[in-house]
Design a protein around this ligand. Structure first.
Ligand SMILES: Cc1ncc(COP(=O)(O)OP(=O)(O)O)c(N)n1
Ligand SMILES: Cc1ncsc1CCOP(=O)(O)O
Ligand SMILES: [Mg+2]
Length: 352
């Protein structure tokens, strides 16, 4: 009974900790609902064990384990660590309840086993969410493939596109659409945030720091004629990513000195998505590579952009770029084929 009592408390406390994370930090009503349902189902299962017996068996002053706190139990480095500790506690407590429950009532043990399996999925989801939220910069640094997409004909159209691209291996997706009203853009941005998070792809909003912040996107991309990076930072906060377009070395140096997290470099080749009168091209990419490799320069992930396709990406890789941002390439061939072609060339270039 003491084991059952301790582990029933442990699982309830752990789940409550996770619920608060889903509710107040992640603002995720669905995840909070799942965690709450688990907690209630455990409470219902616990009615098979007499509460009076449990409370009578409780002997906190006589518990030889209350002093056995390790120093790591009093220290959490970040939210991901905190959530992982709570999730592990929940999982272990459920197993203890199930095993010791077998000595009391086999139906109780079976019910706990079912709950434990349901919990696995939910616990993995919340832990991954928290680890991801804290590691945007790491995910950005490891990304090679960045797709720019419009808002689609409908919300479900947009969601399907994000799912397809992420399934094929695209790591960053930007919502770039100047042809829709703000309300629709905001709604599509919010829908994108949800699905991108689920699919572990970074979700960036073009031009609009306000919408990126309001829709809780991973970041915003701005050009040289839009809000300066410092002003964007004041809107989107310290954790969201900021990308800045660059077309010459002065602008690259400006980006290095700014609070930007990555740069887009181009246009490299002519394409159908946007027309330009000048193309800095691969010569510019080469000079960016040298600039960013200069000792003492802040390392800034750089994505080549503009008309990049399967049949010219080798020139981008030869200029020292292992990262590309594209629109048109994904409209021509199947995304899976494009990703495979791009990877073949880009993987030759080590990421910095
Ligand atoms: C990754 C990336 N690089 C460059 C751009 C171009 O931004 P900008 O120069 O502001 O032009 P518009 O996209 O706003 O037309 C980009 N969007 N993304
Ligand atoms: C937005 C933008 N900025 C520079 S090139 C470009 C368009 C990228 O699309 P594509 O890959 O089809 O040239
Ligand atoms: Mg812009």
């Amino acid at each position: 009974m003491r084991v059952i009592d301790a582990n029933a408390n442990r699982v309830g406390e752990g789940l409550r900790t996770l619920e608060e994370t889903a509710r107040f930090i992640l603002d995720d009503a669905e995840l909070q609902f799942h965690l709450k349902t688990l907690r209630h189902d455990i409470a219902t299962a616990m009615t098979k064990v007499s509460r009076v017996d449990l409370l009578s068996a409780r002997d906190t002053p006589g518990d030889v384990g209350t002093d056995a706190t390790t120093s790591s139990e009093n220290h959490r480095v970040d939210l991901g660590d905190l959530v992982a500790a709570a999730a592990i506690r929940v999982q272990q407590a459920l197993r203890c309840l199930e095993e010791y429950g077998k000595l009391i009532d086999s139906d109780f043990a079976s019910e706990l086993e079912r709950i434990r399996y349901r919990a696995y999925d939910c616990l993995a989801r919340i832990e991954l969410r928290c680890r991801r939220d804290l590691k945007r910069i790491d995910r950005l640094r490891n990304a090679r493939l960045y797709a720019l997409i419009d808002a689609g004909r409908s919300q479900s159209d947009l969601i399907q596109r994000i799912e397809e691209l992420s399934r094929c291996g695209v790591e960053i997706i930007q919502l770039r659409d100047a042809d829709i009203d703000d309300r629709t853009l905001y709604e599509r941005a919010c829908a994108g945030t949800r699905v991108a998070r689920d699919r572990n792809v970074l979700w960036i909003i073009n031009d609009r720091a306000d919408i990126a912040a309001a829709a809780d996107a991973d970041g915003v991309h701005v050009g040289q004629e839009e809000l300066p990076v410092a002003a964007v930072r004041s809107i989107v906060g310290p954790d969201r990513l900021i990308g800045l377009s660059t077309h010459n070395l002065d602008q690259v140096r400006g980006a290095v000195a700014s609070a930007a997290d990555y740069i887009g470099c181009g246009p490299t080749f002519p394409g159908k998505t946007k027309s330009f009168s000048e193309f800095p091209g691969c010569e510019f990419l080469k000079s960016v590579t040298s600039e960013l490799k200069r000792p003492g320069t802040r390392s800034l992930p750089a994505f080549a952009i503009g008309g990049i396709r399967s049949d010219n990406v080798d020139q981008v890789a030869a200029a020292g770029f292992g990262r590309v941002a594209v629109t048109g390439a994904f409209a021509i061939d199947s995304p899976a084929d494009v990703v495979a072609d791009f990877h073949k060339q880009l993987n030759r270039v080590p990421l910095y």
